[in-house]
Design a protein around this ligand. Structure first.
Ligand code: SF4
Length: 449
């Protein structure tokens, strides 16, 4: 007998109910999606890779920029059209009214990190099967990333108030996880075959501040909830550990000896955002980039292999051509390895919207092109120095034509690749030594000797 469903009627299913998930936004949102799925799998739900096969679809949205909001609304629309039973969560879920204005048919809207609320909404839409298959959940949880790398979230929220950012109002002030929780999760992931961990948060260097850097026990030793202690402990796992979203506090200097010793990867993702003191002040960010240049030089003395990745914003209100000159000169001096650049977009609710001196779109575009051209030359020069050297790479994908890998200087999704053309004798997750043969401004080509 078939049952007629209205779009909002709960489904009762004989077999395990299936949930689809569309995960938008940053790696932090991806970790939230993984947590939601882990919880649902523990209750007996299955994960559907297609709209068709799902009894309901969760859309984990991003609400950081207006373009991300538009992408989120379109993803919700697509899920409604393809499946019809949609639960919205994530950053944009904090603004239920604008979601419901565009898509009144969504079943529920929950905000960021409201795991309980998302799971409750799923229960309401698709009740769990009577007997949860608890043993179906792998010990390391459900990961949406390939098996050989995973994201490790150490805290939520942020105590800063950068004028262009609404994350603190969406996600609240810093809330750190106890060190033992983080380390136990990392250890499980390593045991399950993960070879590379990306440490993420909104502000990785502030880790533990809110809990007084409280110590907790892991592997029989007390570990402080402090980024240097955490990095040191993660170094015991014998896998690649990569630091993201590091705000440039003075104690970041203490991570460099750990990198030089090989405990964590020689990689720092520090979003500098700008270099001009005037713009940084308007952004409410630390504004002493002269000092930062000295620190970068010192970091490279301690750890010559250090790769620095950063992001910048051009076209911030009040930014002048002189500010962009300053930024490009700073960039040439800093010689960062990997750089992303955004054109400023006013985000609803951000303090920067009150600032005068909006930069016209075509000027933003011209400044962005100038910035990218400057960085491309720097990046090409730095990568060319690697030709002829031996480096370790981790393999991400292999097909009939060869393998795509990454070096220690390349985070997945955001940095470059190392192409091993014709090398099919490796598998994803393998870490192998290669000799670099060729470089362009983003990627390397290498062979195994
Ligand atoms: S440090 Fe990052 S998350 Fe915190 S307010 Fe600034 S931009 Fe936003």
């Amino acid at each position: 007998m078939s049952e007629t469903l209205t779009p909002t009627a709960p489904r009762r299913l004989a077999s395990a109910p299936k949930i689809g998930i569309v995960s938008l936004g940053c790696p932090k949102a991806l970790v939230d999606s993984e947590r939601i799925l882990t919880r649902l799998r523990a209750e007996g739900y299955e994960v559907s890779p297609t709209y068709d096969g799902a009894d309901a679809v969760i859309v984990n949205t991003c609400g950081f920029l207006d373009s991300a909001k538009a992408e989120s609304l379109s993803a919700i629309g697509e899920a409604l059209a393809e499946n019809g039973r949609v639960i919205v969560t994530g950053c944009m879920g904090g603004d239920e009214a604008s979601i419901r204005d565009t898509h009144p048919g969504v079943l529920a809207v929950t905000g960021p990190h409201q795991y309980e609320a998302v799971v409750a909404a799923v229960h309401e839409a698709v009740p769990p099967a009577p007997e949860p298959f608890i043993d179906l959940v792998p010990e390391q949880g459900i990961k949406l990333t390939p098996r050989h790398y995973a994201y490790l979230k150490i805290s939520e929220g942020c105590n800063h108030r950068c004028s262009f950012c609404i994350i603190p109002s969406l996600r609240g002030d810093l809330m750190s996880r106890p060190a033992a929780h983080v380390l136990t999760e990392a250890e499980r992931l390593a045991k399950a075959g993960v070879k590379e961990l990306m440490v993420i948060s909104q502000d990785t260097s502030a880790y533990g501040l809110d809990i007084g850097y409280a110590a907790s026990s892991w592997r029989g030793k007390e570990r402080r909830a402090h980024i240097t202690d955490l990095a040191d402990a993660l170094g015991e796992l014998g896998i690649w550990v990569r630091m993201h979203y590091v705000y440039p506090y003075p104690h970041v200097d203490d991570l460099l000896p750990l990198m030089a010793e090989g405990k964590i990867l020689p990689y720092l993702d520090i979003p500098f955002q700008h270099a001009s003191p005037k713009v940084l002040k308007a952004m409410r960010r630390p504004a002493n980039q002269e000092k930062v240049l000295h620190r970068i030089a010192k970091w490279r003395e301690i750890c010559p292999d250090l790769a620095i990745r950063s992001t910048f914003i051009v076209g911030f209100p009040g930014e002048t051509e002189e500010d962009v000159d300053f930024l490009c000169d700073w960039l040439k001096e800093a010689e960062l390895d990997r750089v992303g650049c955004f054109k400023y977009e006013p985000v609803e609710g951000a303090a920067a919207n009150e600032l005068e001196g909006a930069v016209p779109e075509e000027v933003k575009q011209a400044r962005w092109e100038r910035f990218m051209q400057t960085q491309q030359e720097i990046s090409a020069k730095r990568l060319a120095r690697k030709v002829g050297t031996m480096i370790d790479v981790i393999v991400d994908e292999v097909d009939g034509e060869g393998a795509i890998a990454r070096s220690k200087a390349d985070a997945p999704e955001i940095d470059g690749n190392v192409f091993l053309n014709g090398d099919t004798d490796v598998k994803p997750g393998d870490i192998v030594q290669v000799r670099v043969e060729h470089a362009d401004e983003y990627d390397l080509w290498a062979i195994r000797p």
